[in-house]
Design a protein around this ligand. Structure first.
Ligand code: SF4
Length: 429
């Protein structure tokens, strides 16, 4: 454990309520480097900055998932992609109640959807970003959310489900890719009134994405020698969010990443950190339950690999829309859980990870099935997994979740991890 963790304990992160406060807490208690600080600042200003630019300068912006093909596509059209998931950190219990009582979402609906709906509700007719690029691939609760928001006056476009089954290749895959290219052209029409896109600008965006993928790959490689240089919250925000959408400011994000690379290359290797580190792989999205990340730090863990970090490069030898579509079908979010599991497994092997943290939200039925399949798979290989169900936190973090994270990492640290229990194969019905 390094010196920062001692400081953090004094501040008792469990007393923090709300995610914005967590970022401030993290800035105060950890000695973040200038580059990491800059990345946290960019993350903090992502949604407010895009809304400011939209309202004050008329800079076009669209709410969207903020990952997959959408960001490069939107930037090429001169539009800022604003990830609706990032609104979660502004949410309160009131947002959840708006979703439940005003829009009649069932109480058990995933908190991410309820927070997002509550935030959009607050923004109705306020002159801020009013277009939503939805994706049917998200989930049924979100599909409902787009429809509800359409009725509330938002301009909504919803593209079809992207799903690649485990055995889909050849002609069927080509058909899916071309279908998705057609969907992108429909989205361009919705946004600009034309199905034509500026191929030159999109190629520039794809080149930027590939360049940044290369730089972040280098960051992750360097972190193996400097596992505690970035705290877990900063790792998640930089990689799971920033690498996808650049926090709405591509040039600033790339400059901060360059600065980070410079810092990591100049940093002195600590033999003690290398000896003490508990390498972990994170198999979840960007939870807004930031206390979980803090618990990993406090327990001496280091998130060195992530399932959702997209490390395949985009093809630059095919037309740019086709390149976006091919990338989606060729990545961990292609559909079937096996694609994500393959990424996880290669990260585990590459890093010699001691454990996997599987994180998802209460109320998400399909992600919980994936997590359970992955847990079974890794257990059979003898790798400890922690399967956590959290929420889009709208108050103090759940003490139970934090305790489980700490206990898991501390168990790995103590070298007391027993070989995982062999789970018998499921009986057929
Ligand atoms: S966690 Fe699951 S239910 Fe919630 S928004 Fe994501 S996909 Fe939908």
């Amino acid at each position: 454990m390094n010196s920062d963790t001692a400081l953090a304990k004094e501040d008792d992160p469990e007393s923090i309520s709300g995610q914005k406060a967590y970022i401030e807490y993290s800035k105060n208690v950890h000695a973040h480097s200038p580059a990491v600080q800059r990345l946290l600042d960019l993350s903090e200003d992502y949604v407010p900055g895009a809304e400011r630019a939209f309202i004050q300068k008329g800079k076009p912006a669209v709410w969207c998932s903020g990952y997959n093909w959408e960001p490069a596509f939107l930037y090429s059209l001169g539009i800022t992609p604003v990830s609706y998931g990032e609104m979660g950190r502004y949410s309160t219990r009131e947002d959840m109640l708006v979703a439940e009582d005003f829009y009649q979402f069932p109480v058990e609906t995933c908190s991410m959807v309820k927070c997002t709906v509550g935030q959009w509700h607050k923004r109705r007719n306020k002159g801020t970003i009013n277009r939503i690029l939805g994706s049917s691939s998200n989930c049924e609760p979100f599909n409902l959310a787009w429809e509800v928001m359409r009725e509330q006056g938002y301009d909504v476009f919803n593209n079809e489900v992207i799903y690649r089954g485990p055995t889909v290749t050849g002609e069927r895959l080509e058909q899916l890719i071309m279908f998705t290219v057609g969907q992108m052209k429909d989205a361009a029409f919705w946004l600009t009134g034309s199905r034509e896109i500026d191929e030159g600008r999109l190629k520039t965006e794809i080149a930027r994405k590939n360049r940044l993928l290369g730089k972040l790959k280098a960051v992750l490689e360097l972190r193996r020698s400097h596992p505690f240089y970035m705290k877990t919250l900063a790792v998640i925000l930089t990689l799971n969010v920033g690498l996808n959408n650049y926090f709405g400011k591509p040039e600033d994000y790339e400059e901060a990443v360059d600065e980070l690379l410079g810092e990591l290359r100049a940093a002195k290797v600590s033999e003690r950190d290398l000896r003490d580190v508990i390498p972990l792989v994170w198999a979840g999205g960007t939870g807004q339950e930031f206390g979980v990340y803090e618990s990993i730090d406090l327990a001496g863990g280091a998130l060195l690999g992530l399932r959702s970090v997209p490390f395949r490069f985009y093809r630059e030898d095919v037309p740019p829309l086709e390149s976006l579509a091919r990338w989606v079908y060729d990545n961990s979010s292609a559909g079937a859980g096996v694609y994500a599991r393959n990424v996880l497994e290669s990260e585990v092997e590459r890093l010699g990870a001691k454990g996997v943290i599987l994180y998802g939200y209460i109320g998400c039925s399909f992600a919980s099935i994936d997590r359970e399949m992955w847990r079974r798979y890794f257990h059979e290989k003898g790798l400890p997994c922690l399967n956590l169900e959290g929420s889009f936190q709208t108050g103090s973090p759940s003490g139970q979740v934090l305790t489980r994270v700490r206990a898991f990492v501390e168990m790995l640290a103590a070298g007391r991890a027993r070989p995982a229990v062999k789970i018998p194969p499921a009986r057929s019905a």
